[in-house]
Design a protein around this ligand. Structure first.
Ligand code: RM4
Ligand code: MN
Ligand code: MN
Length: 386
């Protein structure tokens, strides 16, 4: 077991990216329920992210989605973020909303559409460079709905060919994170459906291509912590999209449905002996209060991480070697059942942030002031991006 000081210094360093899209209005297929004070552009999303960071001390970086967060002047955006004490995290190209992408983006049978998609990915590399970001994070909606709709092998060739073009222009300081998802929006064959497919592609691309695990992107029963272990062993684990689900890609607050899985994931991350990969939240808050949802997500991540740091790894190894089936399991339960909230309150206080972030948010003025400031449709004096 790490000693207390060592654990506290690890907690102090703990850092998670929050997603710009998790602050904005979002909804289901059936409706969108606008919330008072919701940010109207990326600048206001950054303001909300800064509030979450002020409360938790672990959320100093914000992932962006392009074109949702497109602006005319990225120098201005970067300076604005830095002024709030934030950095820009991974840049996510959006390859799923343009009508041209109806039959896929970089695997589309039409070479014109593929070229357009590659061009957008390259544009995102340039945007990341201007913003000081160090990652492209790629999720493809590409796939087919019916057997025979397209040639599976031809789509695989197009996928690699397009990504090779992207990887060729990726600056040294940027990495490529490749996300997978078994279904939705494609319901027969998704082009990057699982961690194996994503790993093969990364291995064909190069060392800076790594797999990103989204907790909502597995079929039921999948052992996600074992995927962590597999990918860590071959140094292909690039990062996480944290959220929680009960059914499919529900994008609910991380740790809300299956906190034990979250703990086991951190247990594998720490057990791998490697530095933590890029940790990002990927949630969309439809009925819950967005800033509170994000704050609670960070707190749940903080607590899972602390519990996993408490695992007595030496004793665990002894019991595993002895073949003590439940002895090892009980070591994990000991750590999981520890109340780490006082520990985190101490760490946050030492960092000068809130010891009780949710109470601080609820009792503070930020939410009311944001609702007052953001009553209109368009932020005053700021031009909408083109
Ligand atoms: C997808 C996937 C991507 C995210 C989009 C909005 O399901 O998780 O990471 O960018 O949703
Ligand atoms: Mn995701
Ligand atoms: Mn998702």
């Amino acid at each position: 077991m790490d000693d207390t000081l060592n654990i506290e210094s690890k907690l102090t360093e703990f850092s998670v990216e929050t997603p710009s899209w998790g602050y904005a209005d979002s909804g289901t297929r059936f409706g969108v329920f606008p919330q008072p004070g919701r940010p109207r552009d990326v600048f206001e999303k950054l303001e909300d992210a800064a509030e979450v960071h002020r409360l938790t001390g672990s959320a100093g970086s914000v992932a962006l989605h392009i074109p949702w967060d497109k602006v005319d002047d990225y120098g201005e955006l970067r300076a604005f973020a830095e002024g709030l004490g934030l950095t820009i995290g991974a840049v996510n190209p959006n390859l799923f909303q343009d009508p041209d992408y109806k039959l896929g983006s970089i695997t589309n049978p039409d070479p014109r559409v593929r070229a357009k998609a590659v061009e957008h990915m390259i544009e995102c590399v340039e945007i990341a460079t201007a913003l000081g970001s160090t990652a492209q994070s790629l999720w493809l909606a590409d796939g087919t709905n019916y057997p025979g709709q397209d040639d599976l092998s031809a789509r695989r060739v197009r996928l690699l060919d397009s990504l090779v073009q992207l990887y060729a222009v990726l600056p040294q300081e940027q990495e490529l994170l490749v996300e997978y998802k078994p279904f939705e929006p494609a319901f027969y064959a998704t082009d990057l459906a699982d961690w194996g497919s994503a790993t093969l592609i990364c291995q064909q691309l190069g060392d800076r291509a790594r797999v990103l695990i989204d907790l909502g992107h597995h079929l039921h029963g999948t052992n996600v912590e074992q995927i962590v272990s597999q990918l860590s062993t071959v140094d292909r684990l690039g990062g996480f999209h944290f959220n929680n689900r009960k059914y499919a890609d529900d994008d609910l607050i991380v740790g809300s449905t299956n906190p034990f899985e979250l703990f086991l994931i951190f247990n594998e991350l720490i057990g791998s002996g490697r530095p933590l990969p890029r940790l990002t939240i990927d949630q969309s808050h439809n009925v819950e209060a967005k800033i509170e949802a994000m704050t609670l997500s960070i707190l749940n991540l903080q607590e899972s991480y602390a519990k996993a740091l408490l695992v007595d790894r030496e004793e665990l190894a002894v019991r595993q070697l002895e073949g003590d089936v439940l002895g090892g399991h009980e070591i994990l339960l000991d750590a999981y059942n520890t109340d780490v909230r006082p520990l985190w309150a101490r760490v946050r206080e030492a960092k000068g942030v809130a010891s009780d972030p949710i109470a601080d948010l609820r009792n503070g003025d930020y939410l009311t002031e944001a609702a007052n400031r953001r009553a209109g449709l368009q932020p005053a004096g700021r031009k909408a991006s083109t």
